[in-house]
Design a binder for this molecule. Structure first.
Ligand SMILES: Nc1ncnc2c1ncn2[C@@H]1O[C@H](COP(=O)(O)OP(=O)(O)O)[C@@H](O)[C@H]1O
Ligand SMILES: [Mg+2]
Length: 262
């Protein structure tokens, strides 16, 4: 069974149809990259997966159950620019994500639970390559380091699904190559299902096992809001299922070569 089933999904804001009649399925472990013109509804789609926006019609099923219109720990998101608490250090920011999840009312843990959270946060910072910066404050971090922090905050909650909204769009090409390497290794390590919006189709082909193009099939110049975008192309990039993990290894190797030759 598919992990995610999108059934006759529509999203409208007032009389503007943003997305129309989307039907698709995604299996656990896939890495779906999404491209499409600015304003065509990519972020809106991701927000419906997250649960901060709800469909106007249709639904998205996760393991056969409609996604509720509130986020939960199964899904984590990283935006292009991330907001962190500026008065807290890197490790405090990661621990807070963990503490808020464990103790939503107080956002604090004590004793052994706190030590556990600290150890988990340290491991996560190690995984994203930020151990050396754990006592720095957000304003002391480069753009790439901030996105590493955002990934750590998201992944410490152990989501199965990672949603990435142009996470590397603001980074320099060399730093982006490092982040590609990181995101592929996190995908493998944490057995994630990833949806990633990018404005760079090369990045989409490079990272994804599957690439979706969002576009309007129908367009009326006299009523530009009348029709919404659909998934007009659904291109397999790698193979799925058993072969998916081989693809990851290949992608990782490609990423490594790319970084070495950059
Ligand atoms: N909360 C909202 N209220 C009204 N319109 C919105 C809202 N969010 C997005 N839109 C509109 O929906 C369309 C799609 O936006 P978005 O999903 O952000 O596009 P993309 O991420 O593809 O650039 C845009 O025209 C945008 O103005
Ligand atoms: Mg967007």
């Amino acid at each position: 069974m598919s992990m995610i089933e999108i059934k006759n999904l529509w999203k409208e804001y007032g009389d503007q149809v943003v997305l129309e009649q989307i039907n698709n399925q995604v299996k656990s472990g896939e890495f779906v990259t999404i491209v499409g013109a600015s304003g065509c509804g990519k972020t809106t789609f991701l927000k419906m997966l997250l649960g901060t926006e709800s469909p106007s019609r249709g639904q998205i099923l996760l393991d056969g159950t409609a996604i509720k219109d509130e986020p939960d720990e199964s899904r984590g998101i990283v935006f292009q620019r991330y907001s962190v608490f500026p008065h807290m250090t890197v490790i405090q920011n990661v621990m807070l994500a963990r503490e808020l999840e464990a103790s939503p009312l107080h956002g604090r843990l004590f004793g052994a639970a706190r030590n556990n959270a600290k150890r988990e946060a340290e491991n996560m910072l190690e995984a994203v390559g930020l151990s050396h910066a754990k006592n720095k404050y957000p304003h002391e971090l480069s753009g790439g380091m901030q996105q590493r922090l955002a990934l750590a905050q998201s992944l410490i909650k152990k989501p199965r699904i990672l949603l990435l909204d142009e996470p590397f769009g603001a980074l320099d090409p060399g730093i982006r190559a490092d982040m590609h390497k990181l995101v592929l290794s996190l995908w493998r390590e944490h057995k994630l299902t990833v949806f990633m919006i990018t404005h760079d189709i090369k990045e989409g082909f490079f990272l994804g096992t599957r690439l979706w193009v969002f576009d309007k099939d129908r367009y009326d110049p006299h009523a530009p809001n009348a029709y919404g975008a659909q998934i007009t192309y659904d291109l397999p990039v790698g193979k799925t299922d058993a072969e998916v993990w081989q693809q990851i290894d290949k992608s990782l190797k490609k990423a490594n070569d790319f970084v070495e030759n950059a």
